[in-house]
Write a protein that binds this ligand. Sequence first.
Ligand SMILES: Cc1cc2nc3c(=O)[nH]c(=O)nc-3n(C[C@H](O)[C@H](O)[C@H](O)COP(=O)(O)O)c2cc1C
Length: 382
Amino acid sequence: MPTRKYLTVDDLRARAKKRIPKIAFDYLDGGAGTESNIHRNRFGFEKITLSPEYLRDVTERSQKVTLFKHNYDAPIGISPVGLANLIWPKADTILAKMAKKRNIPYLLSAVGTTSIEEIARIAPEQAWFQLYVPGQDHICFDLIRRAKEAGIKVLVLTVDIPAPSKRLRDIRNNFTLPFKITPKIISNIAFKPSWLIATLANGTPRFENMVPYMQDAADSKSLDAAQVLQTSPRLSEDFVKRVRDAWEGSFVIKGILSQKSAEAAKRVGADGIIVSNHGGRQLDCAPSSIEALPKVIKAAGPGMTVMLDSGIRSGNDIVKAFASGAAFTFSGRSFVFGVGALGAPGGEHVLDLLVDEVDKTLTQIGCKNIMELGPEYIWQQG
Ligand SMILES: Cc1cc2nc3c(=O)[nH]c(=O)nc-3n(C[C@H](O)[C@H](O)[C@H](O)COP(=O)(O)O)c2cc1C
């Protein structure tokens, strides 16, 4: 029974590690450089302690959050994860279906392995689309058009890839798509039978959104193409304004960590920010997202919805993020670890764990409603 066996996201990560080939697991788990930013993300949350408050009636509790005029049933959504179907076949649609069932946001990556149109069909109210600004403008604006026509209401522009990062695990594993068939990779895959069978049944994942624009994407030879697509050294404020002007719905910028960038996000007319360091996959010496959050909130001002991802692994982390001022939280790896560990039920299992932990923590600190969390719940020394 998974609920008894896998009590934490870390339990699921360990199980996923056993089921997924090393090359795919490392792609999911790893980060830039020495991976100190991944550890800093965790340490940032661990440093915060909460102040338990008693003598309060907390029999009725709520975790519902309203974002961009939609009421979500839980305070966490699913961050965009490119190439998720390589980690576990159908991971994108498994998670989008779960997001629809449980009414939480699902962010489809521009380099996702399922198309915008399919995800929008699965989760019409919960699907957001995450865009990179590729070298060719026409791809960028055509993706925006497609997202609009598919009925997507929230567009998320990721801005933290001015250059590809140096991910040592991927380089050491010779990570390319399709895999280069070496004896090491064959032995690696052969010992992961459930992944292999499922992958053979579903075919090599492709960057489905890119298929109309790139032959390599259609041929599943798209890792280099994806890098070109994700990397945006020319992402000036003027260009982002053009993106903003091309989109009528809510517009969110993901990957902001500083006051100045938050001010720029405001100037270009963003409705929201996701404070994020890409889960430690971009700038190894970046601050943790929870440390960066207060400055961003201050610079963004009251009209902006400031959300956060990077490092969330438990309900306590979610409560700490809300108490620190976040309007919402997301995680990428937590949900994909769940799917890698348990297949289709894995994403929902992660959500159950997180929601249960949030509920217990809210009760323990005497807070009835996640929307009422604030700095008074953070333990202050002295
Ligand atoms: C395997 C993997 C692929 C990712 N792909 C994307 C992507 O395509 N677009 C994007 O904006 N962020 C991407 N991210 C970053 C996530 O959206 C998110 O910021 C990060 O996973 C949050 O940290 P966490 O994994 O510690 O929760 C990716 C993260 C991982 C682990």
